[in-house]
Design a protein around this ligand. Structure first.
Ligand SMILES: *[C@@H]1O[C@H](CO)[C@@H](O)[C@H](O)[C@H]1NC(C)=O
Length: 157
């Protein structure tokens, strides 16, 4: 139920508040594109995460981008990359806790783009294998149970 209402909520807000909704499988990288061909000279782009808009990266044209990966208790430590001329942000090795709202804006705030990121945890191959083995064991137990159950009954007759 919660997911259904969230889905409709996202439909309502997608066009207005959130510029782009993107999803990624957990562990895979995701790149958020500014859509710019190039950051303007003397401009500065800030990438923020979450409702509190914590600064995670800052790109200043022709400078090495600054990554604030010690913010948020090192949440993004070693997992943030920026690409030079457009200021695109890449999150490596995504975790479900990376789900949320990201925003990029320039120094005057005239340029602003928001992204709603959803990291799908899905089932790992290990979990799927575990389920398959579990089902086989259950079926085997049921078959043996029925077999020995009948045998026992037969002996009693
Ligand atoms: C911020 O972005 C707007 C819209 O793209 C642009 O017109 C403006 O020049 C930018 N600000 C600076 C300081 O470059």
């Amino acid at each position: 139920m919660k997911n259904i209402s969230m889905f409709f909520m996202s439909l309502v807000f997608m066009e207005g508040v959130f510029g782009e909704t993107v999803s990624v499988k957990e562990g895979k990288p995701i790149t958020l594109h500014t859509g710019l061909t190039e950051i303007q000279k003397d401009d500065m782009m800030d990438w923020t995460f979450g409702a509190e808009q914590n600064l995670i990266a800052r790109v200043i044209k022709e400078n090495i981008p600054t990554i604030f990966d010690t913010e948020l208790n090192g949440k993004f430590k070693g997992r943030i990359q920026l690409s030079g001329p457009t200021g695109d942000l890449t999150i490596l090795n995504t975790r479900s806790s990376d789900s949320g709202d990201y925003e990029v804006s320039n120094s005057t705030n005239i340029f602003k783009k928001t992204f709603r990121v959803r990291v799908d945890s899905g089932l790992s191959p290990g979990a799927i294998a575990g389920i398959v083995v579990g089902v086989i064991v259950l079926v085997a137990a049921a078959v043996f149970g029925i077999y020995f159950g009948y045998r026992k009954k037969g002996q009693m007759l």
